[in-house]
Ligand binder design. Structure first.
Ligand code: SF4
Length: 344
C-alpha cells in the first residue's frame, strides 16, 4: 500500500480495518509522513517496533528519485524525477518573496496538445498517482530551508483530467495534520474541462481556479488549445459562472501573449468582452519560446499596447514575470524535449 497517497480518512480506515490497529495510529502515521516527512517507518520513534515492522512489510512511503536539478539566475529551481516505471516528470520551485511557490505535475505527458506547450507535444503517457503528486511537493520542500507557501498545479498534464488523484492530493496537502498549505494558497490550472470544474467546485476547500484562456476569439483559441473545439467559449463562461456562484472566489484567466496570434487590439477587445461579467483577474504572460514551435514572444510595445487596452476596461490585470525561462522551467516549457537541459 502506497500510504503516502492516502487522505487522513482513507489512512484511518486502512489502519483500523486492514491492520487491526487503533485509530490513533493513523494520526501518528499521517503526521510522520506529511508533517515531518520521513520516508521510512523506522524513523517513527513513537510507533511501537512491532507496528513499524508490520508497516514495513505491507506499506510504502513514496519518495522520488531526483534525476536532475537546475537553478536559474532568478532562483527558480527545476527538478526532474524518475518514477518507478522510468517516466520522467518535472516540478518547479519559484521563489518570489515573501512567497515560495511549488509548481507540481499531475500527469506524465498530456493528451490535450496545446500548440504552444512542450508537454502537450509529447502526448499522454499516464496519470500520476496521489503519492507521486504529493512526493513532488515534499522533494521540493527538502531542497530549501524556507517553507513552501503556495502550490500551483500548473506543471505537466491537465490536473482536472486526473481528478481523483488531484482531489486526494488537495486534501492531503491542505490537511492541518500534515504540511498544511491552506486551500486558498493552492491553485488548480485547467484548459477548462467542464466536468472537472464542476467537481472542483464541489470540494470543501476554497481552492483557486486558473483557466488557460489565451484568447477570447473562438478561432484563435481553437488554434492554441485544440480541445476547445469541443468546449466553446460560451460553455466555458457558463462553467466559470457556475464555479463562481458556488465558491465565491475570484477566478484567474491566464493569457499567454504570442506575437501576431493573440496580441492584437481585436484580441484584447475579445478578452475584455469575455471577462466583462466574470469576477476575475487577468494574468498576462509573455510566451516563452519552445524549440520546434513556430510561435514568437511579442515585443514590449505590443505587450504595453495590449495591457493599456485592458487596464481601464478590466477589474484586475497583472503581467506575470516569467520565471526560469532560461532553464525551460517557465509556463509551457516543461516536458520531454527539455529533459536534457535539466514539466501545464
Ligand atoms: S498547456 Fe496544459 S493542458 Fe495544454 S498541453 Fe500543456 S499541459 Fe496539457
Amino acid at each position: 500500500m502506497k500510504v503516502s497517497g492516502l487522505t487522513f480518512t482513507e489512512l484511518k480506515k486502512w489502519v483500523t480495518a486492514e491492520l487491526g490497529m487503533k485509530p490513533y495510529r493513523a494520526q501518528q502515521l499521517f503526521s510522520w509522513i506529511h508533517m515531518r516527512r520521513v520516508i521510512s517507518f523506522h524513523q517513527m520513534t513513537d510507533v511501537s517496533l512491532s507496528a513499524r515492522n508490520r508497516l514495513d512489510q505491507v506499506a510504502e512511503i513514496t519518495s522520488l528519485n531526483t534525476c536532475n536539478t537546475i537553478t536559474a539566475d532568478d532562483g527558480t529551481v527545476k527538478s526532474s524525477f524518475t518514477l518507478e516505471d522510468d517516466e520522467v516528470i518535472e516540478s518547479v520551485l519559484i521563489p518570489d518573496s515573501p512567497r515560495l511557490t511549488a509548481c507540481i505535475s499531475t500527469q506524465a505527458g498530456c493528451r490535450y496538445g496545446c500548440t504552444f506547450c512542450q508537454t502537450g507535444r509529447g502526448g499522454f503517457r499516464r496519470d500520476l498517482r496521489t503519492d507521486e503528486i504529493v512526493a513532488q511537493l515534499y522533494s521540493l520542500q527538502s531542497m530549501t530551508d524556507d517553507r513552501i507557501s503556495n502550490v500551483v498545479f500548473m506543471g505537466m498534464g491537465e490536473p482536472l483530467d486526473n481528478f481523483p488523484a488531484l482531489s486526494d492530493a488537495l486534501s492531503i496537502i491542505s490537511d492541518d495534520r500534515g504540511i498544511c498549505i491552506g486551500a486558498r494558497k493552492i491553485t488548480v490550472s485547467t484548459v477548462g474541462i467542464p466536468e472537472g470544474i464542476g467537481r472542483l467546485a464541489q470540494l470543501d476547500g476554497q481552492y483557486g481556479l486558473a483557466v488557460s484562456l489565451h484568447s477570447g476569439v473562438e478561432s484563435t483559441r481553437r488554434k492554441l488549445v485544440p480541445v476547445s473545439k469541443t468546449l466553446p467559449l460560451t460553455e466555458l463562461k457558463r462553467d466559470l459562472m457556475d464555479y463562481l456562484s458556488r465558491k465565491g472566489r475570484r477566478i484567474t484567466l491566464e493569457y499567454c501573449l504570442i506575437a501576431g496570434i493573440n496580441d492584437t487590439i481585436e484580441e484584447a477587445d475579445a478578452l475584455v468582452k469575455f471577462a466583462s461579467d466574470i469576477e476575475c483577474k487577468i494574468n498576462l504572460l509573455i510566451y516563452n519560446p519552445v524549440e520546434g514551435v513556430p510561435y514568437r514572444s511579442p515585443g514590449i510595445e505590443s505587450v504595453n499596447r495590449f495591457m493599456h487596452y485592458l487596464y481601464p476596461r478590466c477589474q484586475a490585470v497583472t503581467l506575470r514575470r516569467s520565471r526560469g525561462s532560461e532553464i525551460a522551467a517557465a509556463c509551457g516549457q516543461l516536458g520531454p524535449a527539455a529533459r536534457n537541459t535539466s514539466p501545464t
